[in-house]
Design a protein around this ligand. Structure first.
Ligand code: DGP
Length: 116
């Protein structure tokens, strides 16, 4: 299912340009338009899922793929050994700004904890 009002659905459909680094039948990954680290990618399902708060057991295949793709992309970006962060913001308190589930893959610099 796609949502015509959703920015990431429109990117996935090719209606809005983006720099794709991975595409398969379940998951796509693009470069973040406003990178917060030397490597900053966004991994997301093709299916319109609003946030991690909507996930169910039915999303297992997509999530398994997404995490495997994230590890591949981290290795390809040469950040797997030094470390990286894979994070999803869900809802207003977390600062989610695009309501289509996505995981930020961030690396290439050291990061603080806890996040702000
Ligand atoms: P979040 O705030 O967690 O919902 O993350 C949304 C991310 O999406 C944010 O880091 C900026 C990125 N973003 C917003 N609009 C676009 C866009 O049009 N293209 C790309 N590539 N990234 C976008």
């Amino acid at each position: 299912m796609t949502d015509n009002d959703c920015l990431f659905c429109r990117i996935i459909a090719g209606e809005v340009p983006a720099d794709f680094v991975h595409q398969d039948d379940l998951v796509v990954a693009i470069r973040d338009v406003s990178p917060k680290a030397p490597t900053h990618l966004l991994l997301m399902p093709r299916e319109h899922v609003v946030s991690a708060a909507e996930l169910t057991d039915a999303h297992r295949p997509m999530l398994g793929r997404l995490f495997a793709v994230a590890a591949d992309l981290a290795r390809n970006a040469d950040i797997a050994e030094r470390g990286f962060r894979l994070v999803t913001n869900a809802g207003p308190d977390a600062g989610q700004s695009v309501p289509h589930l996505h995981f930020h893959l961030l690396g290439g610099r050291s990061m603080g904890w806890p996040p702000g």
